[in-house]
Design a protein around this ligand. Structure first.
Ligand SMILES: NC(=O)c1ccc[n+]([C@@H]2O[C@H](COP(=O)([O-])OP(=O)(O)OC[C@H]3O[C@@H](n4cnc5c(N)ncnc54)[C@H](OP(=O)(O)O)[C@@H]3O)[C@@H](O)[C@H]2O)c1
Length: 235
């Protein structure tokens, strides 16, 4: 069977490593829709993947700010028109701007919620309302959503909400045969982690490939035997 995946935050880090595994190694995924904002890095990542694509496989890059709800809905609809049913969705795009709580700007809190929480919800709702039946939805939360961390109020709160939202999706979408998994990585060497912990040596922590490999396993035939609401992946 030929399957289609959609991965947000596909320009780098965990998202890009997930796309790499899906399109180059997966037995069944033949199309991957990649969401990220327009950037040279995104163009380079797409070009690098396209140069290695096996025959009959394709990536479909979509340049969109997932924090812009109207633009996101439009992008989801046109991607769905172009590729058809989305079997596997990985809600991975994430944003953080850590500051002490006295300095939190509401606009930034709202942006954090828009990118980390409302975007995954909007993608799922938009596709469900178009009759899309997912096989698997993976929502990327964080261990910061399990335990709040000092200085990370907006990020921790958004990720806690992703964990809870995933439980609701899991219950509501079970009737369609959809598996919903929340995956909470611990510290992983990416640009986002550098924003959260600028002093840390990235070579001492988990790499994005490790998290991507777990997502890949969830999407493989053995993945349906992994029955957990919130999978924690950490060193
Ligand atoms: N790294 C960690 O330690 C860690 C730990 C726990 C959870 N996580 C979660 O893992 C996920 C992936 O993050 P990462 O660590 O791989 O970080 P990353 O390398 O910085 O990647 C973040 C991705 O999100 C995308 N993104 C951010 N804002 C966006 C927006 N407004 N519209 C569209 N795309 C946007 C970025 O794309 P563009 O900027 O190119 O648009 C990029 O592809 C996030 O949800 C993060 O919260 C990370």
């Amino acid at each position: 069977m030929s399957k289609t995946a959609l991965v947000t935050g596909a320009s780098r880090g965990i998202g890009l490593e997930t796309v790499r595994r899906f399109i180059l190694q997966h037995d069944e995924i033949t199309t991957v829709v990649m969401f990220a904002r327009e950037s040279e890095d995104f163009d380079a990542a797409v070009a690098e993947l396209e140069a290695q694509l096996p025959i009959g496989r394709k990536v479909v890059p979509v340049r969109v700010d997932v924090g812009d709800r109207e633009a996101l809905k439009k992008a989801v609809k046109s991607a769905h028109d172009e590729v058809g049913s989305i079997d596997i969705l990985v809600n991975n795009a994430g944003y953080t701007n850590p500051v002490p709580l006295q300095q939190v700007k509401m606009a930034d809190f709202e942006k954090t919620m828009s990118v980390n929480l409302y975007a995954p919800f909007t993608i799922v709702k938009t596709l469900l309302n178009r009759g899309n039946r997912f096989e698997l939805i993976v929502n990327i939360a964080s261990t910061a959503g399990i335990n709040g961390r000092s200085g990370w109020l907006t990020y921790s709160a958004s990720k806690a909400a992703v964990i809870n939202m995933s439980q609701v999706m899991r219950e509501e979408l079970a009737i369609y045969g959809t598996r919903v998994v929340c995956l909470s990585p611990g510290r992983t060497a990416t640009a986002l982690r550098r924003t959260l912990a600028p002093e840390e040596d990235p070579s001492t922590i988990m790499q994005p490939e490790h998290v991507a490999q777990v997502i890949y396993t969830l999407s493989s035939p053995v993945g349906r035997f992994i029955d957990s609401e919130n999978i924690v992946v950490r060193q």
